[in-house]
Design a protein around this ligand. Structure first.
Ligand code: GLN
Ligand code: ZN
Length: 763
């Protein structure tokens, strides 16, 4: 017998983002549904074939999704929100739930998309299932069964994957007051029974049933519900209960009593669990060891993995399976396309296709295949050699990080003192107005950037063009009479990519796309070496912008934690160390900006909350180093230099202590969508510094009226002392047009002016 090998899922988007382009063409009405179906079918076949060719024991089926795999499950269960559920669910139903339906499309009043939220601690977003008391579930959408047939017909040995019932419920939300969605479990289980019975009829032996919530610190009623769930759905097929992204430490006792046939654990996020899980594994179960990292881009050290797995193989024999840690959905598709990467760097990476090959090779080597053992050895060499590579290890960077003491992170004066210096230097009115950084990225800017990147526009001409956009932005802001101006970020395609391209230690790729949501993909840069700022990055742009105005120009940086969260990190040093290296690079940029006459510097940290580990007990450790990194980058500022930070996208109530601990002089924060609700947390906590609650929801095409903004500002003043309030939009304006931007900011500035008057009269 040979070791069983598999992956938990393959990227669905295609190595050239074929699915993205087909979807968008279909949505624009440019292609027929049959054409879209054809693209999907081809991608699936290619993915299964890649797995077969690699030599994996199974091809995984059911991981393909037209939009999102949670949404696929929603349709499979016939659980479409009522506002979208006219008739039998089809592909268009699915898109309506994911994207909403506009008035123009339906000739009705339109219906909103379901919410979207982050998939655990990844940058993938899923469509949140909606639950009501009288929901019913009935197997409806045949995609899974059809795909099983397709794959079997094509000669593959299939292992369908299914999101498990308890995780499906847990990941959704109640859309009615006063009921608990867990009460729907029995009804839901009937549908799962039917699905598994159908798969059994199709000849399926194993089903990978994903219950990723088993890696969380679950409340008792959720953890306890697994027993009922798996008692009901067991029987028709063998179930591989699949966990990932963290350890099963908290749930292992309960897991081991479930009537399933095997367990998958993530040994990349938590390698230490291998020993004790293997030791306690029931005699009839298989253990699927997730050793190949499904969510990063690094080539595995197969020798090391082999050494860890060999003793377990001896104990478990064929009951040990080898796998990717999680679905490969979170890694780019195919390294072979990266023809222009330097060859040494290239030999450090593995994308999804290569990871599938790694899993298969490891399986063979575990079986003692001599050729495979040699191949593992040779394959691991570049990763081992990298450890002493001089381009990777920079003593001067390491020295700085190793010399961190508490004082590095502290500004040289407390906030109250800083605030009075700043008041003198900056000369700002009560309730100052500002924006978050970016201004519209017009077609003109994009065209110029592409031309520059393609070598059709010289660097000098490109710089000239950017300066033109900056001058234009400054002129418009002066006309609007904003108090603190920004240069507009025309030179940045993306707030993280820009810094990754300008700092030493990063590698960018050409085709390293990963699905973010629906048809949207991101192409994160990769941290490959110690990070160093070789020269100033933003100083030229900011000082040029400052030279055009007598108002304060705000410098604009992306913070260390956000850069870390939105790139592929190294695996040989900790995330904390990477954040600290970034912090020092930014610290030098802060110094240079202030020396060049920039008095206000914003360090954006929108991703700080996303970096939270899955288990609550690990939160504080993360927050401590995240906050420290931010503070290291800000602490080179003199007392009279005003440091801003900006956060958006999520609820910050939970981490308000850490937000305050950043000790930024001003925080601008997304609040307008929650009608200033978030400010309650700031009030209750007694947030000591200045706050700019967003009063213009930039995600909406609606222009807020002056009265609306005044209302929000009055609300804000109920919670925050007026002398510590700012008026600003929710987030950057790069996705809006100038027309909308100017209309909204006109209202924002005049609202601020009249509110100032109101407050002055009251005082
Ligand atoms: N300064 C950035 C911008 O305005 C902030 C973006 C963000 O918060 N995501 O675009
Ligand atoms: Zn933002």
């Amino acid at each position: 017998m040979t070791t069983t090998t598999h992956i938990l899922g393959y990227p669905r988007i295609g190595e050239h983002r074929e699915l993205k382009f087909a979807l968008e063409q279909y949505w624009r009405g440019e292609i027929e549904q049959s054409e879209l179906q054809h693209v999907g079918a081809q991608l699936r076949h290619k993915n299964w074939q890649t797995q077969s060719d690699a030599g994996l024991s199974f091809s995984t089926v059911g991981d393909f999704a037209w939009y999102d795999h949670v949404l696929t499950t929603t349709l499979l269960l016939g659980h479409v929100p009522k506002r979208h559920s006219a008739g039998f669910p089809d592909l268009d139903t699915l898109f309506r739930v994911g994207r909403g339906q506009s008035q123009a499309d339906c000739g009705c009043s339109g219906s909103a998309a379901s919410d979207m939220t982050k998939w655990f601690n990844t940058n993938y977003h899923y469509i949140v299932p909606e639950f009501s008391q009288d929901d019913s579930f009935e197997v409806s959408w045949p995609q899974l069964f059809e795909e099983v047939n397709e794959a079997v017909k094509a000669g593959h040995k299939v292992k369908p994957v299914l999101l498990g019932p308890v995780s499906y419920l847990y990941l959704g939300k109640e859309v009615e007051q006063g009921f608990d969605r867990l009460t729907l479990l029995p009804r839901l289980l009937t549908a799962y029974q039917a699905i598994l019975a159908k798969l059994a009829k199709q000849g399926v032996e194993w089903v990978q049933i994903d219950e990723p919530i088993l890696s969380l610190q679950l409340e008792d009623q959720w953890l306890d519900s697994f027993k009922l769930a798996y008692q009901v759905i067991q029987g028709d097929v063998k179930l591989l209960l699949t966990t990932y992204f963290d350890s099963v430490d908290d749930s292992l006792d309960k897991i081991l009593s479930l009537p399933v046939n095997g367990l998958h654990i993530d040994l990349v996020s938590s390698p230490n669990q291998l020993e004790h899980v293997a030791a306690r594994l029931p005699d009839t179960w298989v253990l699927s060891a997730g050793v190949i990292n499904g969510r990063n881009v690094w080539r595995a050290d197969l020798n090391k993995q082999l050494a860890a797995l060999q003793p377990v193989k001896q104990r478990l024999g064929d009951r040990l399976w080898v796998a990717s840690s999680c679905s490969l959905l979170h890694s780019p598709v195919n390294l072979e396309l990266e023809k222009t990467l330097p060859s040494d760097t290239r030999s450090w990476f593995a994308f999804a296709k290569q990871k599938a090959q790694e899993v298969a090779l490891l399986g063979k080597a575990l079986d003692g295949d001599k050729e495979a053992l040699d191949a593992c050895h040779a394959y691991s060499q570049p990763i081992l050699e990298r450890k002493t590579n001089q381009k990777v290890n920079k003593p001067q960077v390491q020295l700085r990080v190793n010399s961190i003491t508490k004082t590095f992170a502290e500004r040289c004066a407390p906030y109250a003192e800083r605030a009075s210096y700043q008041a003198d230097v900056l000369g700002l009115p009560l309730l100052p107005t500002t924006t978050i950084g970016s201004f519209p990225q017009t077609d003109e800017i994009r065209t110029q950037r592409s031309a520059f990147r393609a070598g059709q526009l010289s660097e000098a001409d490109y710089t000239q063009a950017l300066k033109g956009h900056i001058a234009d932005a400054v002129k418009r802001q002066e006309a609007l009479d904003l108090d603190v101006l920004v240069h507009g970020e025309a030179e940045r395609n993306d707030m993280v990519e820009y810094f990754a391209e300008n700092l030493a230690g990063f590698q960018t790729t050409k085709f390293g796309w990963v699905q973010s949501y629906g048809s949207r993909c991101v192409k994160p840069a990769i941290v490959v070496a110690d990070i160093e700022r070789e020269k100033p990055i933003t100083v030229e742009w900011s000082t040029y912008a400052q030279s055009l105005t007598s108002k304060q120009m705000k410098g604009m940086l992306t913070g260390p934690v956000t850069i870390l969260c939105w790139t592929f990190p190294r695996e040989d040093i900790s995330r904390k160390e990477i954040a600290q290296q970034l912090a020092f690079a930014l610290r030098d940029e802060v110094s240079d900006l202030q020396d060049a006459g920039i008095n206000i510097i914003q360090i954006d940290e929108p991703a700080i909350r996303e970096g939270l580990p899955l288990k609550k007990r690990d939160h504080q450790t993360y927050l401590d180093w995240a906050v420290e990194s931010f503070k290291i980058s800000a602490a080179s500022a003199k007392p009279e230099t005003q440091i801003h930070t900006h956060m958006c996208y999520s609820e910050f109530n939970e981490i308000i202590d850490s937000v305050a601990a950043l000790d930024a002089d001003v925080i601008t924060i997304e609040t307008s969508r929650s009608n200033m609700e978030l400010l309650k947390a700031f009030e209750e906590f007694n947030y000591p510094n200045e706050i700019g609650p967003g009063v213009y929801d930039i995600h909406s095409p609606n222009i807020p009226t002056e009265e609306w903004i005044q209302g929000l500002l009055r609300k804000a003043a109920e919670r925050v002392p007026t002398e510590r309030l700012w008026a600003n939009p929710d987030c950057g304006l790069k996705t809006r047009s100038w027309e909308e931007t100017e209309a909204a900011l006109t209202n924002l500035v005049s609202a601020a002016k009249s509110i100032r008057k109101e407050w002055a009269e009251k005082a």
